[in-house]
Design a binder for this molecule. Structure first.
Ligand SMILES: [Cu+2]
Length: 289
């Protein structure tokens, strides 16, 4: 009896222990936030201020194009009906109507101005980061991404699609064909300046819901910025045809708390054998600079 109870207690403890372990593991797994879902029709939810503005510009354009399309359609149907040979046997010989011609030149110009103002404003808003908390340099390679953290000790990481073997046993937060071995990590809420370049050919650093689509070009640095309030993992893909494995260089960004980010950056810096940031700052710069 006692033996049986002991086994029971032991078994129970083991189970509870397992529960705690799996609970801890589940807690450690960052949830996926930014990924397309089944039957999605519209844009992804806006995860950054730039994307929120992209969506509101889109909504404005949708109203304008709908009004134009409806107007043209109604006008066409009216003309077809009104000037049908049965109703209008002798066509008019009018060739000019000055008022009408001025109107159909000026009105489209005004419509384009109404579109251009918010469009340019948005273009400049997403162009340069204001008071960025950190900079991440993104480099597109055939066919993976690398991320450098110049103001965190200048370590860099390579981010590749999961190897074939790991793709057969994906964890719940690893979507097929999107999960990578090393995610780009950034702190939540921080303004992150993204500068991008290509190592070999052009690539496109595009993350859905971030409102960023930077074409990265060899020999050039392109800039953009992101600010993501919600912690989680966000996915994207290379959006510039860059060779035969273009479809296999997904982008994964893990947004974590500031503390978690600092811990991650310190670990990466240590693993890269880099000096602490303070000694880097006080070091004498090389003479050739
Ligand atoms: Cu690419």
């Amino acid at each position: 009896m006692v033996g049986k109870r002991c086994v029971g207690i032991l078994f129970g403890t083991l189970l509870a222990g397992l529960g705690v372990v799996s609970g801890a593991q589940a807690q450690k797994q960052t949830p996926v936030v930014g990924v397309p879902h089944d039957w999605q029709m519209g844009f992804p939810a806006p995860y950054t201020p730039v994307m929120a503005r992209v969506e509101s510009l889109h909504d404005l354009l949708l109203v304008i194009i709908t009004l134009i399309s409806v107007f043209v359609l109604v006008l066409l149907l009216y003309v077809v009906w009104r000037f049908h040979v049965s109703r209008n046997p002798t066509p008019t010989t009018t060739t000019h109507n000055t008022v009408l011609e001025i109107a159909w030149t000026i009105i489209p110009i005004l419509i384009l101005v109404v579109i251009a103002i918010p469009s340019f404003r948005l273009l400049y808003y997403g162009d340069k980061a204001q008071d960025a908390a950190l900079t991440v340099k993104v480099t597109g390679h055939q066919w993976y991404w690398s991320y450098e953290y110049p103001d965190q000790g200048n370590f860099s990481i390579d981010s590749r699609i999961l190897p074939e073997a790991d793709r057969l046993k994906l964890k719940p937060n690893q979507p097929r064909q999107l999960a990578v071995d090393e995610e780009m990590v950034i702190p939540a809420n921080a303004v992150v300046r993204i500068i991008g370049t290509g190592a070999d050919t052009m690539h496109g650093w595009t993350v859905w819901g971030f409102g960023i689509k930077k074409t990265v070009i060899p020999g050039r640095l392109n800039e953009g910025w992101i600010q993501v309030p919600k912690e989680g993992i966000y996915f994207g893909q290379c959006s510039q045809i860059c060779g035969n494995a273009h479809a296999y260089m997904p982008i994964a960004v893990r947004v974590v708390s500031k503390d978690e980010f600092d811990k991650w950056a310190a670990e990466k810096k240590k693993a890269a054998g880099l000096m602490p940031a303070t000694s880097v700052a006080s070091a004498t710069p090389p003479a050739n600079r």
